[in-house]
Design a binder for this molecule. Structure first.
Ligand SMILES: O=C[C@H](O)[C@H](O)[C@H](O)COP(=O)(O)O
Length: 219
């Protein structure tokens, strides 16, 4: 199976976590696109979804699935999203599609984060994938210096403006051995809107697609 087929496989597998009649949190990315398509084809009736990006909102609406504003719900039972990297504890790097800020907001509303990914995303230590950080543009140079002190090389993602009007730094050269401490530290730097390490909002479940089918990892 190629990577696209694996994404479709885990997208379909995630339907097991959708409860009819319950509002669902929906992430962003090519794997989530497969999930949204599978959800629409399944006929499972949900009252609506809270979306983490304009991209997912458009896809949900195209399928006739109602999109609710995050301010309209007090809690979500489940949030389904992809990842750029996930480790053996359910800690993730996210934001390759620049949607990390809204993703963390929706994940914060949810009791359970279900990550859907192909097996290429499973890593021993986070940091090989360039770490996305949404920032306020005027802080770019200073934040680049802060990352350099940690051994990171931060580059502004050219031509990208997020759904929130922010910019993205992609940071290479990091080995994130303590994701909780790293997230707490970087989140405090002035000008950081959201760091793409999801440690406080880690996955509780990962549906990992590989040659042998879908493996369910629980953390
Ligand atoms: O901003 C994008 C998100 O964090 C995605 O969940 C992540 O980049 C994974 O996307 P994909 O399923 O396309 O690999």
């Amino acid at each position: 199976m190629n990577q696209d087929q694996l994404k479709q496989l885990v997208g379909r597998a995630a339907l097991d976590y959708v409860t009819p009649g319950q509002v669902l949190g929906v992430g962003t990315g090519s794997t989530v696109d497969c999930f949204i398509d599978a959800l629409a084809a399944s006929g499972i009736a949900i009252p609506g979804a809270v979306s983490s990006s304009e991209r997912s909102t458009q896809r949900l609406l195209k399928h006739g699935i109602k999109v609710l504003d995050a301010t309209e719900v007090t809690a979500l039972a489940v949030y389904i999203d992809g990842a750029d990297e996930i480790d053996g504890k359910g800690f993730m790097v996210k934001g390759g599609g620049a949607a990390l800020t809204r993703e963390k907001i929706v994940a914060d509303l949810a009791e359970k984060f279900v990550c859907i990914a192909d097996e290429s995303k499973l890593v021993a230590t986070l940091g090989k994938f360039p770490l996305p950080v949404e920032i306020i543009p005027m802080a770019a140079a200073q934040l680049t210096r802060h990352f350099a002190k940690l051994g990171g090389d931060a580059k502004l993602r050219a031509g990208v403006v997020t759904d929130n009007g922010g910019h993205i730094l992609d940071v290479t050269g990091l080995a994130i051995t303590d994701p909780l401490a790293f997230e707490a530290e970087v989140s405090q730097w002035p000008g950081v809107v959201t760091v793409g390490v999801f440690a406080r909002h880690k996955a509780q479940v990962c549906l990992l697609g590989g040659a042998g089918g879908v493996k369910t990892l629980t953390f």
